[in-house]
Design a protein around this ligand. Sequence first.
Ligand code: PHE
Length: 345
Amino acid sequence: MLKDRINDLHAQVNEMSASSAEELEALRIKYLSKKGEITALFNEFRTVPNEEKRELGQLLNALRQDAEGRINALREQFEAKQAEADKLDLTRTPDPIALGTRHPLSLVREEIEDIFSRIGFTIAQGPEVEDDKHVYGMLNFAPEHPARDMQDTFFVEKEQGVQKPTDVLLRSHTSSVQTRVMTSQKPPIRVLCPGRVYRNEAISARAHCFFHQVEGLYIDKNVSFADLREALLYFSKEMFGPETKIRLRPSYFPFTEPSAEMDISCNICGGTGCSFCKGTGWVEILGCGMVDPNVLEACGIDSKEYSGYAFGMGVERITNLKYRVKDLRLFSENDVRFLHQFEAC
Ligand code: PHE
């Protein structure tokens, strides 16, 4: 019966939905186009007897109206969505994500590690809370050496409130890692020891109670002072540029003999003299020397068979030279305005 088919189709039309403009167009064609199902019913309608025409005509018109209405409503929905999408500027750069920055001391330490790793140095580490033996004793410090003084070294109290010096202390230099490595490894030894050290200093722009050092140690047969000089010259040129010159001045450390301090040509004025190098054209960057035979022996290495060199530099000092950080305190305050200046480094 035509009436039933109209009602069935009407039920379908009421349920109509589409998830894209293409699907919607397919529905329109299915129901309302020249060959559509509703159009087909209208064609059939012409053949129904006159007495049924009134009722069926009304049903058919209602069906067509509803189908058109529904399709138009769905189309409006899609158009509104499209307009919304058109408003999105997909070429716009996204909101920047605030990235953290590397700490300048980490940047410089890693650069030092990188430079020495290219000539065969590997990284070694030791504890920051150390004992007297590894920090001073085995490094040939005389028992009454002033470095052991409480003015220079932080001692760790064994019992709370007991002030007298104990055996346990915060290492005051990374040379303690030398003794740790020499007592646990056999030569050849070629290590770089980066780490934090502590000294009992009043905090100011030029001194801090902790800072960072990188120690180097090379032990093998026939290691000479010339090898030390060559390694340090290579380092200085890599770190501060190929024009850099070095100068070794005789010095004293209990654990090296001979000992020297090394200056580089001032990388700020190029050696002509400025306020940074106090007009001398040179700036000191590290201490070094040939490992004292007493130290080798204390660590169980035959000083007749082996020799070696050692050097130690302050990371803050190198960072100061590279990035002109005048006040040491900036390194540990973690002020983001300071740290963000190293974003691009
Ligand atoms: N440990 C020395 C210091 O802290 C530096 C140094 C290391 C000197 C190795 C010579 C050899 O000043």
